[in-house]
Ligand binder design. Structure first.
Ligand code: SAM
Length: 232
């Protein structure tokens, strides 16, 4: 239930220093970073654990509604940070190493994206193997609906990319249909992203994606670019 969820009244109220102590507050001479990538319904965190060391200058966040799963990912990140602490050769003092750019929050992404992120803050949003909600009367619970797309479009900057991957064909068709008809999004032919290491990770690095692979299931991909808003 909602009253147990912790979320800021607005993005400027969010204290990121607990999540990314290396980047918040900005050190002297450092530009203030922002969270730029959001993995919505991140599950056990496989995507961001794969991407964080590949893109060490990008601050990324997993959002997960289940308490125990969020805690699992937080522990996983803490361990990875601990293991990544490095002592420069000859130096006594150890320095933080990798995984400083990744964190996780417990959040309901269907309600609170604009509480966490300002307009145009994000450059990537991932929806990877979201819950299918098969029954027709449950479809409005899906993570992609016309109303919710307006919120995702708000936090995603023009040129930013929204990735969807699923093993459920019906859900793929649903997400694809709603995204294609939304004026803020433009379909990116999957061939154009053939060499994109991020799409590769999105398809293969999450726990659900690995499970689908083990079971020899199909994966359906649909990616969309955020279009600029029409001139007013
Ligand atoms: N993306 C992960 C993967 O590919 O392994 C997890 C996929 S799992 C089938 C879907 C996840 O979305 C679950 O962990 C679920 O708790 C989470 N979830 C569902 N609704 C959510 C919401 N409204 N906000 C945040 N997370 C949500």
């Amino acid at each position: 239930v909602d009253h147990e969820l912790d979320y800021p009244a607005s993005p400027d109220q969010m204290d990121w220093s607990l999540h990314y102590p290396n980047y918040f507050p900005a050190k002297d001479g450092q530009d203030l970073k922002q969270v730029e990538w959001a993995d919505v319904g991140c599950g056990f965190g496989g995507l961001l654990m794969a991407l964080a060391p590949q893109f060490p200058d990008t601050v990324m966040l997993g959002m997960e509604i289940r308490v125990s799963v969020t805690q699992y990912v937080a522990d996983r990140i803490a361990h990875a940070r601990q293991a990544a602490i490095v002592a420069p050769e000859g130096a006594e003092e150890k320095k933080p190493g990798g995984f400083q750019n990744v964190s996780v929050i417990r959040a309901n992404s269907m309600k609170h994206m604009p509480n966490f992120f300002a307009k145009g803050q994000l450059s990537k949003i991932f929806f990877l193997f979201p819950d299918p909600h098969f029954k027709v009367r449950k479809q409005k619970a899906r993570i992609v609906t016309t109303a919710l797309l307006a919120e995702y479009a708000f936090v995603l900057r023009p040129g930013g990319i929204l990735y969807t991957v699923t093993d459920v064909k019906d859900l793929h068709e649903w997400m694809d249909h709603h995204l294609r008809k939304h004026p803020s999004f433009e379909y990116i032919p999957t061939e154009e992203l053939a060499d994109d290491p991020i799409l590769l990770a999105a398809k293969t690095a999450t726990e659900e994606g690995r499970k689908v692979e083990r079971n020899g299931g199909d994966k359906w991909v649909a990616c969309f670019r955020r279009l600029p808003d029409p001139e007013e």
